[in-house]
Design a protein around this ligand. Structure first.
Ligand SMILES: [Zn+2]
Length: 600
């Protein structure tokens, strides 16, 4: 086949999916699976209602590591032939099913492999309750295909129903309408009426309890965690109200949270109707809940209007960070949101440093062909995306910008958009030929150029000015215990720790630790930032806490910089490898893929 032909045949422009949705596309999924904790496999059927757009004789699904037993057509379940193509690294294998021009239904009998990357099977010891096993999925970016044969592209949307059979003492929940209590049969049914992209397919099974927060909101967690979670997230209803005030009605009916065991690799995952969240935000003081604002904001940017390919990831994350900060501003005021902006800017700077400010990977519009999207997605999409949108807001004023964003969400609701579509919409609905405005907005500089555009003004924070002052007086010799740190939030502490000198003496480290108890902090953000200094300055008094943290927590955002700091010296690397050998079974594949590479 010539390259010209293959380009023509590739009817989707998603380089991370084998599907050809312009020819034959799935519209609805009926999933019927058994969850087997002993063998660590899911097995059952994925039955699709399809649309054959061109009268083609085949439909293609994505699979990775799946065992396909049989495939049937129609309601009469007539067996058909299928072919699994060659395995491609991280993409898996295309499943090509023979269909007829009038085929409406395709049923695939399959089972997962024990090492399916989306699935993390936890033994009882790895849970808060220690009595029952636990399972959760992480489908983003292209891992849905490791637990369901599916057209695994964010440009394709399906509705779904599911029936899931689990051990009787456990509850199953999905990114769908959910049960609130266990039943005697262990069989649960689900319905997701709104069409969603495959990366939002989600399932979790465990000893779960439910607690209502508001009329539309609630929390699922292990019984051992539910009280702490209900306290920490008591303001989620307020957040929903604030979000609706800014960008209109929430379109998914309920908004619930599922608090996972600590090995969850991300802060949160915006599975529709049921955000999955790390327990590392349970700080006991509600200080890390901007993460919930972020996941909630995805109910508009991402879940409602979806990036069509992973190259357009900034449309999901840039909008979501922008919206998250607006929600936090609405509830806690501008000074609070300013702190988040400054911390975000610091993250962005360090990412630009890491990948090089001239790298094409710092463009908003990415080119991830030939790469695992999960490895190519960085803070750029989040923070540079956010600052681009803040820049537009600044140029046209908040009122006009909000009107535009509302219009954008309504126009593309339950659809996918790519960078071109968004930029065309921006030109036609907001810029409208105003050349001075176009220059201010600077699409070229933000979207198709590396680093940050010339003239970009870094965000500032008045609350952080106090922190900087305190840090400076400590550097000038003021005892740590005498610094004015009254009423500091997690964000102020994080800023303070980040501002500390790279090189400190044992006495300085011990003095700070004595005054502020960093090594024993119950706040994961504070701990993770402090450990970096402890490692750099060989502050061995933190060793035990560090090891406990690394063996319990699986959140990649914390693990990567800590392991990286450890590997900077030969002794540190030895320590890292010893801890990693112990901790690795507790990490999700999303984290081990990154860490295996770093520690090999
Ligand atoms: Zn996000």
């Amino acid at each position: 086949m010539t390259t010209e032909q293959s380009a023509m045949e590739r009817t989707s422009n998603d380089v991370h999916s084998f599907a050809k949705p312009a020819e034959a596309v799935a519209k609805h999924l009926d999933l019927n699976i058994d969850v087997n904790f002993d063998q660590k496999v899911l097995s059952g059927t994925a039955s699709y209602l399809i649309e054959n757009k061109t009268g083609t004789d085949q439909i293609i699904f994505d699979t990775r590591g799946l065992q396909i037993e049989k495939v049937f057509l129609g309601d009469s379940n007539e067996e058909t032939t299928f072919e699994l193509g060659d395995e491609k690294e991280f993409l898996g294998r295309p499943l090509t099913v023979k269909i007829k021009p009038d085929t409406k239904k395709v049923t695939i009998l399959y089972q997962t492999s024990a090492d399916a990357a989306a699935l993390q099977w936890l033994n009882p010891q790895q849970t808060a309750g220690k009595k029952h096993p636990f399972l959760f999925t992480q489908s983003q970016a292209i891992l849905a295909r490791t637990w369901i044969p599916i057209q695994d592209s964010p440009g394709i949307r399906i509705t779904y129903n599911a029936q899931v059979k689990v051990p009787k003492e456990l509850l199953a929940v999905m990114s769908a309408e959910n049960p609130v209590e266990k039943n005697a049969t262990g069989v649960y049914t689900f319905e997701m009426k709104q069409p969603i992209p495959s990366y939002l397919m989600a399932l979790s099974v465990g000893d779960l309890a439910f607690r209502e927060i508001g009329p539309q909101t609630g929390i699922y967690a292990e019984p051992a965690t539910i009280e702490a979670a209900a306290y920490e997230f008591a303001e989620m209803d307020k957040m929903l109200v604030a979000a609706e005030k800014i960008y209109g009605k929430y379109r998914w009916e309920r908004y619930d949270l599922l608090v996972l065991p600590p090995s969850f690799p991300f802060g949160g995952m915006e599975n529709p109707r049921l955000t999955f969240v790390t327990p590392t935000v349970l700080a006991k003081d509600r200080s890390l809940t901007s993460l919930i604002a972020h996941e909630l904001a995805h109910s508009w940017s991402g879940n409602l209007v979806t990036n069509a390919t992973w190259n357009d990831f900034w449309l999901n994350e840039g909008f979501t960070v922008y919206f998250e900060r607006r929600i936090m501003e609405e509830i806690y005021g501008k000074e609070y949101a300013d702190m988040l902006n400054v911390l975000g800017y610091q993250d962005l700077e360090s990412t630009l440093n890491d990948i090089g400010a001239e790298s094409k990977d710092t463009h908003l519009k990415l080119d991830l062909e030939g790469r695992d999207p999960d490895e190519g997605l960085t803070d750029i999409a989040y923070e540079k995306g956010n600052f681009f949108l803040q820049n537009i807001e600044k140029a046209v004023g908040r009122e006009r910008f909000d009107e535009f964003v509302n219009n954008y969400f309504n126009t593309f609701a339950f659809q996918s958009t790519d960078t071109d579509k968004f930029l065309n919409f921006l030109r036609s609905e907001l810029i409208k030929g105003d050349e001075a405005l176009a220059e201010q907005i600077n699409i070229e500089g933000w979207v198709y150029s590396p680093g940050l555009p010339e003239g970009f003004e870094a965000p500032t924070s008045t609350r952080f000015a106090n922190v900087e002052e305190a840090c400076q007086s400590w550097k000038n010799g003021e005892p740590a215990a005498k610094l004015n740190t009254k009423d500091w939030s997690s964000h102020e502490w994080l800023h303070f720790i980040r501002m500390l000198p790279e090189n400190m003496t044992q006495q300085q480290m011990a003095e700070l630790d004595k005054a502020f108890n960093f090594t024993n902090s119950g706040n994961s953000e504070v701990l993770a930032a402090w450990f970096i200094h402890a490692i750099r300055n060989n502050y061995t008094r933190a060793d035990k806490a560090l090891e406990t943290f690394l063996t319990n927590v699986g959140r990649r955002k914390f693990l990567v910089p800590i392991y990286k700091a450890l590997t900077a010296t030969p002794e540190g690397k030895k320590k890292a490898l010893a801890i990693y050998a112990k901790a690795r079974p507790n990490y999700h594949a999303v984290s081990t893929v990154t860490l295996d590479e770093m520690l090999k």
